[in-house]
Design a protein around this ligand. Structure first.
Ligand code: PBG
Length: 328
């Protein structure tokens, strides 16, 4: 054969492959989700998330020191709230001495340079397990936003670097940006869960925080997974309202959404490889059906290839360890 183009030339050895490789993975790309619980010396494995733990603050201190030593520089906090502190108004979410506020302070004291990002939504605090206030069986938007903005302010006051609203109420980004400005928290960032879909892949996360919706589902606020264009509307609106980073969630099944919005926006795009994605890989690995690190690294590279520059994943620590050991 006399071929002019032989595409295999650029694949023929490791050196040329690395020279022409379009995307890379670095420890700088990751956000580490942390589940925090009350108590001391508590480290509870989440049953549907093998090798992932809820930890009390004393152990979180050790954890963040270890993450920092591995080069991981940002954490995303979620708290498990006791049932007797839950209500329909998110009262505990605003407690300056609540678990989230204490967690922020603890981490910023232990590793001041660690970027602390916080989940802003009412579900862990809600007696109904919904992200907003419930009235007559409905999740009411504006009253919820009024609480969410105070929640974001309270996180900023405790020392959070970024707030991450995951609730999907309308207008929450502007409300949060305004309250932060009014209170001189001009450097506090907003990472908006802009295109968050009503997904069944969040199941294990709801086990972790005991935050399953008590009635119905989240389809009146999270997006319909049949839709793509709506994601553009959501991200553009959030950027206009003051978001610094926009997020797509879940991850792998939604790569088309990441790719699509990356054509429209200039701000950094984050993707969340959610609990169900973690559980799927872990369970296949447990059965010796898949090899863990190669599958994880492939999934992360796919996020980068699609256009994400930040990745929230429960595999972050494993990846950092792997990158360190293999010095890649
Ligand atoms: C809460 C929240 C959820 C996740 C992040 N923030 C669950 C939900 O919306 O029901 C899911 C994360 C995961 O599954 O890993 N608003």
């Amino acid at each position: 054969m006399k071929l002019i183009q032989r595409n295999r030339r650029l694949r023929s050895n490791a050196s040329i492959r690395s020279l022409v490789q379009e995307n890379t993975i670095s420890v700088n790309d990751f956000i580490v989700p942390l589940f925090i619980t009350e108590g001391s010396n508590v480290r509870e494995e989440i049953s549907s998330m093998p090798n992932y733990f809820r930890m009390s603050l004393d152990l979180i201190e050790k954890e963040v020191l270890e993450l920092w030593s591995l080069g991981l520089k940002s954490v995303l906090l979620f708290v498990k709230v006791a049932d007797d502190l839950k209500d329909n108004k998110g009262t505990e979410a605003l407690n300056p001495n609540g678990l989230m506020q204490r967690a922020i302070k603890t981490i910023k004291t232990t590793v001041p340079e660690m970027l602390v990002m916080t989940d802003v939504a009412l579900d862990p605090y809600s007696s109904y397990g919904h992200d907003g206030i419930v009235k007559d069986g409905k999740i009411i938007n504006d009253e919820t936003v009024a609480v969410l903005k105070k929640m974001a302010l309270s996180h900023a006051q405790a020392g959070a670097d970024f707030v991450a609203p995951s609730d999907m109420m309308d207008g929450r980004i502007l409300a949060i940006r305004e309250i932060l400005e009014e209170n001189s928290f001009t450097d506090v960032g907003i990472m908006s869960y802009s295109a968050k879909y009503a997904s069944s892949f969040y199941g294990p996360f709801r086990d972790a925080l005991d935050s399953k919706p008590g009635f119905g589902d989240k389809k009146t606020y999270q997006m319909n997974y049949a839709n793509s264009k709506e994601a553009i509307t959501e991200v553009l609106q959030d950027i206009e309202e003051g978001a610094d980073i926009v997020m797509v969630k879940p991850g792998l099944p939604y790569l088309d959404i990441v790719s699509n919005i990356s054509k429209f926006v200039e701000v950094p795009i984050a993707v969340y490889q959610v609990s169900g994605e973690y559980a799927m890989i872990k369970s296949a690995v447990k059965n010796n059906w898949l090899e863990e690190i190669p599958c994880v690294m492939e999934s992360i590279m796919c996020f980068k290839r699609a256009g994400a520059s930040l990745i929230a994943t429960y595999f972050a620590k494993d990846i950092a360890l792997y990158l360190k050991e293999s010095k890649v």
